[in-house]
Every structure is written in C-alpha cells, then in structure tokens.
Design a protein around this ligand. Structure first.
Ligand SMILES: NC(=O)c1ccc[n+]([C@@H]2O[C@H](COP(=O)([O-])OP(=O)(O)OC[C@H]3O[C@@H](n4cnc5c(N)ncnc54)[C@H](OP(=O)(O)O)[C@@H]3O)[C@@H](O)[C@H]2O)c1
Length: 301
C-alpha cells in the first residue's frame, strides 16, 4: 500500500483524470483506474456504468475514490438522446459506484464525486456560495440528481464531497481550446453584451483541490471548485485577447449561437453564467496557484 493510500479513479482518460492520475502517483498515492473495457494492466478494474456492472472485489483495499466519469457535456448538440446520455451516464454511474463502495469491508473513507457549477443555473450578478439554492434548467437538474446519486455511500458512513467544478482552463483541450480558435483567427469577441459571469479554475488548481478533498476530513458535501475571482464574459474576452495579442472588437450575437449549437446548450453554457464563490475551499485553507485570470492565461498559453 502506498504511503497516502489507494485511490480508485473513474473517467481517468479524460481531461481532468489524465492530469489527476500522475499527480496522485507523484504524491505517494496508489491509483486504481476503473475502465469501461477489459482491463489490460494491474492497476485497472472493470466497470460498465451503462450495463450496471462493477468489479466490487477488485476495489478491495481502496482508501478513497475520485469519480469523474460522465458523457462529455460540451461535445455535440443536445438532442434528446445526447441529454439522456449526459444524465444517465452520471446518475447511474454514481449510484453504481456508491453502492459498490458501501459494500466494501473495510469501507473507503472518502468519495469525491464530481458535480458542476451548472447546479446554480443562470444567475446574473448574484454571488453564489455553497448555500445558494439550485437553479433551473437541464444542467441544474442533472447536477442535483448526480449529487444525490452518491447517497448510498453517504448512508454507509463514507465522507462524500461533491466538487461543483467551474470552467476548467487547461493548456490543451477543454473550454480554452474551443475559445482560443476564433481569437487566433482574429474574430474573437464577447457573447451578447458580455455581462454573464464565468467562474473558472485552472486544471492544475482543480487537481490540487481534488487531492485536498481526499485528505481534508472537514470538507463534506457540495464544495465549489472555482478560482476566487470569477469574471464577466466581457472581461474574459478582453483578457484572452490581450494575452493572445488579438483584437476583440466583435460581439457574437446570441441568435447565431442558438442557431450554431442549439438553443438549450447556447443558453445554459454560453449565454448564461453564474458568479460562483469558493467559500468552503477558502474556509478550509485551500491555496490556489492561480487566483486571477490574466496570470493564469499567460501561464497556460
Ligand atoms: N472540464 C470542465 O470544464 C468541467 C466543468 C465542470 C464539470 N466537469 C465534470 O468533471 C468531470 C471530468 O471532466 P473532464 O473534463 O475530464 O471530462 P471528459 O474529458 O469528458 O472525460 C470524462 C471521462 O468520462 C468517461 N466517459 C465518457 N463517456 C462516458 C459515458 N457515456 N459513461 C461513463 N463514462 C464516460 C471517459 O473516461 P473512461 O473512458 O476512462 O471511462 C471520459 O474520459 C466530468 O464529470 C465533467 O462533467 C468538467
């Protein structure tokens, strides 16, 4: 057993997981990856969230779990079938994992089960800490069900943290890769009037916060995983333009976005926004590497 414990990770191949797994290992954790195919290495255990099967025996000895798996929210149009995949992959996958962890003996001490700031919906300028009520819309209802699905683990006495993750900024992939392209072509611009808030976190800080959540015994329930300085879309646009040294005079009309990606996705992911405050991480002494946007973008780009 590694000195800091053995951690099961789902969604290990994704943007966050592929940075998290090597970071855990460098920091003295042993990692067990849950994979949705036949295992091909000693550190892999099989699960199939769509079929509802998981190798519970293979999880024996874990001290914690970080659950990141879910159908990608930002790729492809939100058809009814895509929405069902987004919801079912999260709700069923979380319930399956939570039930398996609850059956283990000894039980792991902690389950860090991802959620998102989509929980808060679109909220204008309201500052939203963890006590803020659920918002409305598709993502808000998915996030609420996704968080609730971890209840079997909580009922078994496992500490459950639900990180409500903001927009993850990474050097490669994720939201920044999508946003960067029009700027590089010289057609970057704010969305609508640019007043909607964007609550961001760098991938490096997100991974540190996930590790922090494993070990900070006081952290429990929903926790906002964002930087301390959310910005408006207009500020984000101006800052990204400055960092890339590209013009940002254009404004992208809302109707064009609705036509381009469909109205639900445009309204909830691009036109709407939420000003989310990391009150709980702050209160428990988490230290961010990137607290303000411009230095964060400069380090990433
Ligand atoms: N990136 C962001 O800006 C952001 C913001 C807020 C919340 N989050 C949440 O944080 C978690 C990790 O984000 P990420 O950016 O790393 O996501 P990602 O790159 O899309 O990776 C998610 C992983 O989940 C697994 N997966 C994909 N489709 C699945 C399905 N239908 N059923 C079950 N598993 C599936 C895959 O891993 P395997 O192939 O290894 O199983 C995939 O690599 C996600 O739940 C995401 O919703 C992300």
């Amino acid at each position: 057993m590694a000195e800091r414990g053995k951690i099961a990770v789902t969604g290990a191949s994704g943007l966050v997981g592929s940075e998290l797994v090597p970071t855990l290992r460098r920091n003295g954790f042993e990692v067990l990856r849950l994979v949705r195919r036949a295992p091909s290495a000693d550190d892999e255990v099989r699960w199939d969230p769509s079929a509802g099967t998981i190798d519970t025996e293979g999880l024996r000895g874990i001290t914690g779990a970080i659950h990141l798996a879910g159908d990608n929210v930002a790729s492809g149009r939100w058809t009814q079938a895509k929405k069902a995949r987004i919801r079912d992959s999260r709700v069923r996958g979380t319930a399956l994992l939570a039930r398996a962890l609850a059956q283990l003996s000894p039980k792991p001490r902690v389950l860090v089960s991802a959620s998102a700031i989509g929980y808060y919906g679109t909220r204008g300028e309201e500052a939203l800490d963890e006590r803020a009520a659920q918002g409305s819309g598709f993502l808000a209802s998915v996030c609420a069900e996704w968080e609730d699905a971890a209840t079997p683990a909580r009922d078994a006495g496992i500490r459950v943290v639900n990180p409500r993750i903001g927009v993850v900024l990474a050097a490669r992939g994720g939201a920044l890769a999508k946003m960067k392209m029009p700027f590089q072509l010289g057609v970057g611009g704010r969305i609508g009037d640019g007043s909607q808030y964007m609550s961001w976190i760098t991938l490096e800080d997100l991974v540190s916060a996930l590790v922090f959540a494993l070990e900070c015994d006081e952290l429990d329930g929903a926790v906002n995983f964002v930087s301390p300085t959310p910005v408006t879309n207009a500020d984000f646009t101006a800052t990204l333009g400055r960092v890339l040294q590209r013009p940002t005079v254009l404004s992208i009309p809302k109707f064009a976005l609705r036509l381009g990606v469909g109205s639900d996705m445009a309204n909830e992911m691009l036109i709407g926004g939420a000003r989310v405050i990391p009150a709980s991480l702050h209160a428990h002494g988490f230290r961010w590497e990137h607290t303000t946007l411009e230095p964060a973008l400069r380090s990433l780009l």
